[in-house]
Write a protein that binds this ligand. Sequence first.
Ligand code: NZQ
Ligand code: ZN
Length: 391
Amino acid sequence: MDNFTFYSPTYFVFGKDEENNTGKYVKRFGGSKVLIHYGGGSVVRSGLLDRVKASLEKEGIAHVELGGVMPNPRSGLVYEGIDLCKKEGVDFVLAVGGGSSIDSAKAIAAGVVYDGDFWDFYKGKPVTEALPIATILTISAAGSEGSPDSVITQEDGMYKRGASGEAFRPAFSILNPALTATLPKYQVACGITDIMAHLFERYFTTTKEVEVIDRMIEGLLLTMVKEGPLAAADPANYDAEANIMWAGMMAHNNSCGVGRVQDWASHDIEHELSAIYDCAHGAGLATVFPAWMAYNMKHDVARFAQLAVRVWGCEMDFQHPENTAKAGIEALKAFSKSIGMPTSFAELGAKEADIEKMAETACYGDGREGTIGGFAKLNKDDVMAIYKLML
Ligand code: NZQ
Ligand code: ZN
């Protein structure tokens, strides 16, 4: 196991009706004027936004709001949010929604206290300072409620980049699994896929002797395989969602990533798809991961076979472990299909003609210098080959 530090200061509040305590927690964490940031309207329609505002008002906390965050959040709204916060003297940013609203809120929180262009952070400058951020989660997926990360689409060129830093860890996150009941089944399935992808990105490592984290990841994956289909069939299944929501947080606050090299090429490859075609991040990942696995199996067949046996229940072929590894990839594809996820370029609406451009943007520019991935270092040709496997 490699040396590591791990600091995850977020105060998690889990369970039914906890959003009604938002005002109390904002006060505890020092907010006096709040920007409430949300998406395209689901939180308005469900009545959640009104409950959150009532809770702030009960504690005498002033607030302004900015809705309209699109899935795959855009740079333009971030600039708008930064201006609004400066004009209004906002000292606390509260995201109500999914990963997109949370990531946009994080970008605003960093941009408000920075003299330069907030996009500098998305080109690799570490985020060391930001207004305090809090989240009320409405979809289990991105893990941004516990992560030090944010992903934004640059509208000038339509490409996605991530920024990171401890200042991006939320001060508190309210996780009420009942809030996901209004989700379309497709979005639930996208979230399940993203959570599992965050675990795969960490499972595929070159670091040896990492049994404790391997077993944690396998445990979370087994949970997703059991609970995922139940939630995808019925988003109002509280018990299934409760398990998934906590698994989603643990999958991405990096408790399952410490002490090891991680990969993340599949996310970089997917981000091109969701930036250009505006598909859901999870749907893109359902298509990318089996292709990435098939292409990179050669680097450590034993690890792929281990996953196949321990998570998918495949039988070990000791003479030909590559058969076991391949069976694991097929099991993942079958699982994705069973919850309604796409597994091909065509289903995503992606075009073969864009492959070269996507591979170029994935590997170069704004902090990228020719290769991506930690488990397997991929260059532009490798990335093109992976996109082609998805055709
Ligand atoms: O915008 P509204 O109207 O709220 O609708 C959203 C949106 O259309 C809807 N939704 C969310 N909760 C709902 C609901 N509809 C009904 N009832 C509810 N309870 O679902 C749609 C998707 O929302 P979004 O926030 O985009 O989903 P998700 O949480 O999957 O976030 C995706 C974004 O996160 C980034 C992705 O790249 C993508 O941009 N990621 C962020 C990460 C991070 N910050 O650590 C890591 C991830 O790997 C990921 O890259
Ligand atoms: Zn993801």
